[in-house]
Design a protein around this ligand. Structure first.
Ligand code: ARG
Length: 407
């Protein structure tokens, strides 16, 4: 399928491994490398510097795709609508970014006439699966290669290669952690965190301040339209701006720190620290608005769908048929998820204390215990007789057959 003169498109981060990978791919395959860096709001180094580094390391073409708005609107917002938390905790930070990066890699491959896409993941994680399954789900004609995994390269080998070839990359400064970050959050693993008994130290955190010594409480009103935050304190915001502002404000209060052991797709349990202040605060607000705007059974059923949606996204199925079907269900549920949520951000928690919606199903006159009550309480008696009928018949049978638990 692949001609010898085919180029290889590499997902380039600017770090040691992917910089070295440019040369390795050239040596192993005899093909030219096009480096693509995708901006998903990871911050840090200037992306123009990263682009130039790719060229200096031997890439024939290098470019940076600004995918920040696209990532926020088309990847983080669906996760918000799904209240997506893998294993009840992890807001899918890295799992959400891989499909959008893969999309830009496929686009670049088409543009530069490549049929092979490369990434710098190891063979032990979820991300290799997410890149490759995403790529072949969008472009079944493409091949994937992974030099770090397939050549079993270690960090020492990378450093030696970079020094031998004089690559313009820092090889001495070794961060003890493996970090992946974007606008939805930050994931930190390895180093002393691999001992499950070791508590994270202060230097692990960047997006959040210590919640033990918080500043004064910060009250915020988030306005949603069909499940998406559209205003903060009355000011219109894009999805990207909403996440950024909540990262700043909830981060200052130490909200969204997560320390967990999770189950990877490849069967390994791993310890991860996450910080996702904006994501956690927005999910809390979104859930609160759903509690007043979703009908009971729809809401209950959605919880099951949310769990499966999160598992699918975690497990590399972003572009799968089932994920698309669940998206359609979730989208339908968001039709009336519009209104205002007021919350107080303080000391590590985002606490909802007010809700308002034109589409609310909360009926004051039905709920009130004061005057104005419009609920006909006499109807409840007959309702309970019928509702409890099956259990009552079963209990009577148990007594008759001597099987009663004897209450
Ligand atoms: N375990 C998380 C996931 O699979 C995060 C992995 C990100 N990588 C990292 N170097 N921390 O989504």
């Amino acid at each position: 399928m692949t001609a010898k003169n085919d180029r290889v498109v590499l997902a380039y981060s600017g770090g040691l491994d992917t910089s070295v990978a440019i040369g390795w791919i050239g040596e192993q395959t005899g093909r030219e490398v096009v480096a693509v860096a995708v901006d998903v709001g990871q911050g840090g180094e200037d992306l123009e510097v990263i682009r130039q580094r790719a060229l200096d390391c031997g890439a024939v073409e290098a470019y940076v795709a600004d995918a920040r708005d696209e990532f926020a609107s088309e990847y983080c917002m669906p996760a918000l609508k799904a209240n997506a938390l893998y294993e009840g905790k992890y807001p899918l930070v890295s799992a959400l970014s891989r499909p959008v990066i893969a999309k830009h890699l496929v686009r670049a491959a088409r543009e530069f006439g490549a049929h092979t896409v490369a990434h710098g993941c190891t063979g032990k994680g979820n991300d290799q699966v997410r890149f490759e399954v995403s790529i072949t789900s969008m472009a079944p004609d493409m091949d994937c290669i992974s030099p770090i995994r397939d050549l079993s390269l270690t960090r020492d080998v990378s450093i030696a290669y970079a020094e031998k070839h004089n690559l313009p990359i820092e090889t001495t400064k070794h961060n003890p952690f493996s970090i992946d970050q974007n606008v939805w959050g930050r994931a930190i693993e390895t180093g002393f965190l691999e001992d499950l008994w070791n508590a994270p130290t202060k230097d692990v955190y960047v997006y959040t301040d210590d919640p033990t010594y918080p500043p004064l409480p910060d009250e915020v009103v988030i306005t949603f339209d069909k499940g998406i935050p559209v205003k903060i304190d009355g000011r219109p915001v894009t999805p990207l701006e909403a996440i950024q502002e909540m990262n700043r404000r909830a981060g200052a209060q130490g909200i969204g720190r997560i320390d967990m052991v999770e189950d990877r797709l490849v069967g390994i349990k791993s310890r991860e620290i996450y910080e996702a202040p904006g994501a956690i605060a927005l999910i809390e607000a979104h859930q609160a608005l759903e509690s007043v705007t979703l009908e009971r059974m729809q809401r209950r059923y959605k919880r099951g769908v949310e769990q499966i949606w999160g598992e699918l996204v975690y497990e590399a199925q972003w572009y799968s048929p089932l994920k698309k079907s669940l998206d359609a269900f979730i989208e339908d549920t968001q039709k009336f998820v519009s209104g205002d949520i007021r919350m107080v951000l303080h000391g590590g928690r985002a606490t909802v204390n007010g809700r308002k919606s034109d589409a609310s199903l909360y009926d004051f006159n039905l709920a009130t215990y004061d005057s104005g009550d419009s609920f006909d309480q006499s109807s409840s008696r007959g309702f309970i007789d019928i509702y409890g009928l099956q259990s009552k018949l079963a209990a009577a049978r148990d007594v008759r057959l001597g099987e009663s638990s004897g209450y």
